[in-house]
Design a protein around this ligand. Structure first.
Ligand SMILES: C[S@@+](CC[C@H](N)C(=O)[O-])C[C@H]1O[C@@H](n2cnc3c(N)ncnc32)[C@H](O)[C@@H]1O
Length: 336
């Protein structure tokens, strides 16, 4: 098996809605360039690649940036070399490895002790290969490690907490991701704050899927961010998080202002916005920072708005009761 881009657990991933969203875009928008400005897993950018020649993919997380480069960048890599590195990793026996940064912090918590040892060993090894692999190969190896580690993590799908009170089994096995052939397409990958990026972006269709509640992605996925950056910082608290970085305005009470600024700034023909109605949620961390009314008003100032909706079962780690959950897509024909 090798990993496709959607083979990961990610809060708010539109994987199950991608076909619906892309069919709405293809029916209602005209253009040859597309930007996924809060790209997350990258599944919507991936799904649009067949429809347009130029795709911009942006998200401010380090781990997502490496993953997009690994899957989409049109650069050469030696598949046989990567297979032989994979075989080398698979032969490693955790029992014979010494402790490392990853096992010291995450062992017996986010991963079994032995799995954490192998993950830390592989990450160090990728750095030590710097003279033998090119940038694309390095991105593929790090992304493969992230997908493989996520499969074995002792969590409910994010890293805000690990599961306690149960034996953690050794589950880790290294596998490679499957990079896509993007020859002939113009792929632009960036790791920017969306509002800053919007100032220099010129594109026909922009897809917007920001976080709508107080859950910060950099805190939810801190383990993957840490394994990617590999600066080995001290970690704090029960969930072993590093110092805050990449905190989003969209998760704060200022979200409606940030959203309005983004929409006002965008220079494009169509704006496509995903939204769901968890703003009614009983749990305050799941409650939306932008209401449906606020969102509609902001979009209506930019052009003619079409609204589409469908019922959807949302990712839920257990605490929140989402009944009558609806997923919305707004399409704005700018300037009409
Ligand atoms: C709801 S998720 C997007 C999910 C994505 N559509 C998918 O299907 O996987 C929101 C994303 O926005 C990113 N994000 C949050 N605030 C941001 C900001 N100010 N600039 C850029 N990215 C941001 C988060 O890292 C997260 O990946």
């Amino acid at each position: 098996m090798s990993y496709d881009i959607w083979n990961r657990r990610y809060t708010g991933s539109k994987y199950k809605l991608a076909e619906w969203i892309v069919s709405l875009i293809n029916k209602n928008c005209v253009g040859n360039s597309f930007c996924d400005i809060f790209a997350g897993t990258g599944i919507i950018a991936y799904s649009m690649m067949h429809s347009v020649d130029s795709v911009c993919i942006n998200d401010f997380l380090f781990s997502n940036d490496v993953i997009y480069r690994a899957f989409f960048e049109d650069a050469s890599y030696d598949a046989a070399k990567l297979e032989s590195i994979k075989e080398y990793y698979l032969k490693k026996d955790a029992e014979n490895l010494s402790d490392n940064y990853c096992s010291k912090w995450y062992g017996g918590k986010f991963f079994s002790h032995n799995d954490a040892k192998i993950i830390g060993y592989i990450r160090d090894n990728i750095d030590s290969l710097r003279h033998e692999i090119n940038e694309k190969e390095r991105n593929i190896l790090i992304s493969s490690l992230l997908y493989s580690a996520d499969k074995s993590a002792n969590t409910v799908g994010h890293y805000d907490a690990y599961i306690k009170g149960k034996e953690i089994k050794n589950r880790f096995t290294f596998d490679l991701i499957k990079p896509y052939n993007t020859k002939g397409k113009r792929i632009i990958i960036s790791r920017n704050d969306a509002n800053e990026y919007a100032k220099k972006l010129k594109c026909d269709i922009v897809y917007i899927d920001p976080p709508y509640n107080s859950r910060q992605y950099s805190r939810f996925y801190h383990v993957l961010e840490n394994i990617t950056s590999w600066n080995k910082p001290n970690l704090y608290g029960e969930a072993l998080k590093p110092k805050p970085e990449n905190m989003s305005e969209y998760c704060r009470s200022n979200a409606p202002v940030a959203f309005k600024n983004l929409i006002d700034t965008l220079d494009c023909q169509y704006i496509v916005v995903s939204y769901n109605n968890t703003y009614k949620s009983k749990s305050s961390s799941s409650r939306n920072k932008i209401t449906l009314e606020e969102l509609k008003n902001i979009l209506e100032n930019k052009g003619t708005v079409m609204v589409f909706s469908k019922p959807h079962q949302y990712f839920n780690a257990g605490k929140t009761d989402f009944t009558d959950h609806k997923e919305y897509v707004f399409i704005v024909k700018v300037g009409d």
